[in-house]
Design a protein around this ligand. Structure first.
Ligand code: C2E
Ligand code: CA
Ligand code: CA
Length: 532
């Protein structure tokens, strides 16, 4: 129907304007935070008429004040049922910002309806501030001194959003629906929304996203750090009788999940606020037992932890702003291909490469992982790198390999000169008993393992052997012992055991390698020679 000023006037006279309430929710939890009051006109013949059809007309003809009073009177009456801490937000028109009695009108309406002013947010659109700055300042100051909060509505659509942000004490920024709508489609608007939220945070303001219609938008907004959301996803504007039902519902909506660019959607929502999250991450970063750093697209160190600085042999501060090539000229060539692939968006895990050594010569080995980092527009903005120093492990492996090849050689020369090899670990457990034991004694092969071999010893030899062994294990002194073992005939056979330890590069005993020799005949000859 054709709306003209006469019909608007009539609507006011017939008291046909009513408030509708649209829920505002906390994105992180899905909990209800409050409602925004939006005017509706219930025409007896033409049904529901929306604000764009009558608000501008009322404004032009000086009827907006009375229109607002009519709507808000009803809104506040209904809102007495709104339990704390739920809030109510109301809109004021540009022309109302010239009216210095506005704060008093609001106060009167709220008090009549019994609604506390400290739970009221007054939304002012950007455009309305253009030629009303001085009045707006006075009115805004008064509203805040009454305990109201101020929201800058339709943020980003006006001509001088930043100036308004600076000159008026807004508590909240409402991100305009147009940005939210295009945010999931174009990277530019995603960047704009990210910047608005970042700007609001750095000024200590809360952000509310308008026109949230899809879960994808909600998730992305949460990921960008936005606190509150409003839109069809959470509920359309409803009349007062539906408000209690919405309040009673345990949860308005499923909480948004964290969006992670470049990796589809993550399912967990972090509990902490973005700033706390940052401190937590910093603590993890500093305390990690692996070297960590973040490089920008020019391969300059943006950040790194102490561990990596130590591995690279230079202080943390000396790295910042420098390129990998400048810091590690000797190794850069081996890192470069992986860095380039990571900048193309490829994650590379656990490559064994020379360890970073700033200019100096000592060679080491590291296990390095490369993970590209994406910004909110899915562009690679750098590479995160994790470095595990495996130098020691490599050396130990090498030492063991060398030892094992020695053993193989020993085996090949097996029983040469009657010497039969054995292996023992650092604590004295037999890992591979000499075959001489197996053939000489009754103690079966399984039992010889570990400390079982001591069972076959002559009781007079047991104590001295144990003492020598214990000393040798502690000090690494070579073993050279003679003792008797019970043989298959139930008799005693003299044995000589000699062995040496093999050390790790750091000086720990890894293994003992030795040989066993049957010296029975020699011993018996000696014994008879000694007999008087
Ligand atoms: P606004 O303050 O930006 O209000 C948000 C508008 O977006 C509302 O339109 C709302 O119904 C609509 N909206 C909310 N969620 C969604 C969504 O998910 N998708 C889409 N497409 N739209 C959504 P509405 O009710 O037509 O109001 C339009 C404008 O009229 C309001 O914009 C506000 O500036 C003004 N207005 C409404 N009520 C009042 C009032 O009582 N006083 C004054 N001065 N202005 C009012
Ligand atoms: Ca609004
Ligand atoms: Ca708006």
């Amino acid at each position: 129907m054709q709306v003209d000023i006469a019909t608007v006037r009539q609507a006011i006279e017939r008291d046909e304007l009513i408030p509708s309430f649209q829920p505002v929710v906390e994105l992180r939890t899905g909990n209800l935070a409050g409602f925004e009051v939006l005017a509706r006109w219930h025409h007896p013949d033409h049904g529901l008429i929306l604000p764009p059809n009558f608000i501008p007309l009322a404004e032009e003809n000086g009827l907006i004040g009375i229109l607002m009073q009519q709507t808000l009177r009803k809104a506040f009456l209904s809102a007495t049922l709104l339990p704390a801490p739920l809030r109510l937000a109301v809109n004021v028109s540009p022309s109302q910002l010239r009216d210095l009695t506005l704060p008093n009108q609001l106060q009167e309406a709220a008090e009549k309806g019994g609604f506390p002013l400290n739970r009221l947010t007054v939304e002012i659109t950007e455009s309305s501030l253009l030629d009303n700055m001085e009045h707006a300042k006075a009115i805004a100051g008064q509203l805040q001194s009454m305990g109201c909060q101020l929201a800058l509505d339709d943020f980003g659509t006006g001509y001088s959003s930043l100036r308004h942000l600076q000159s008026l004490p807004f508590d909240e920024l409402k991100i305009d629906r147009s940005f939210v709508d295009s945010m999931t489609k174009t990277r530019e608007s995603r960047k704009i929304v990210a910047s608005i939220i970042g700007l609001a945070h750095s000024l200590g303001r809360t952000t509310v996203a308008e026109g949230v219609e899809t879960e994808e938008q909600a998730d992305m907004l949460l990921w960008l750090g936005c606190e509150l959301g409003q839109g069809w996803l959470y509920g359309r504007p409803v009349t007062a009788e539906h408000v209690p039902g919405i309040i009673a519902a345990p949860q308005r909506a499923a909480p948004a999940t964290i969006y992670t660019p470049g990796d589809g959607w993550a399912v967990s929502s972090l509990e902490a606020l973005p700033t706390q999250r940052l401190s937590q991450l910093q603590a993890i970063y500093d305390g990690a037992p692996v070297g960590l750093c973040f490089l920008d697209c020019d391969l300059r160190y943006v950040s790194l932890n102490k561990r990596l600085a130590d591995l690279n042999g230079a202080p943390v501060a000396a790295h910042l702003g420098k390129t990998v090539k400048e810091m590690l000229p000797n190794n850069f060539e081996s890192y470069e291909p992986y860095l380039m692939r990571a900048l193309q968006g490829e994650a590379i895990e656990g490559v064994e490469l020379p360890r970073g050594q700033a200019k100096s010569g000592e060679l080491g080995t590291a296990l390095i992982s490369y993970q590209p980092a994406w910004d909110e527009a899915d562009e690679v903005i750098g590479v995160s790198i994790a470095v595990i120093d495996v130098t020691e492990k490599k050396r130990t492996e090498q030492a063991l390999r060398e030892s094992d090849s020695q053993l193989r050689q020993m085996k090949e020369q097996k029983e040469e000169g009657g010497k039969v090899p054995w292996i023992m670990d650092a604590t004295g457990n037999s890992l591979q008993p000499s075959s001489l034991w197996v053939t000489t004694t009754e103690v079966n092969k399984k039992r010889i393992r570990n400390l079982g071999w001591l069972e076959a010893l002559h009781e007079d030899d047991l104590q001295p052997v144990v003492k020598i062994m214990r000393d040798a294990l502690r000090t690494g002194k070579p073993i050279d012992i003679e003792y008797r073992i019970r043989n298959v005939d139930g008799d005693w056979t003299w044995i000589r055991s000699r062995g040496k330890p093999h050390f790790s590069p750091s000086g720990e005993i890894l293994r003992w390698y030795g040989t066993l020799e049957n010296i029975d005949a020699k011993k018996k000859v000696e014994e008879t020679a000694l007999k008087p």
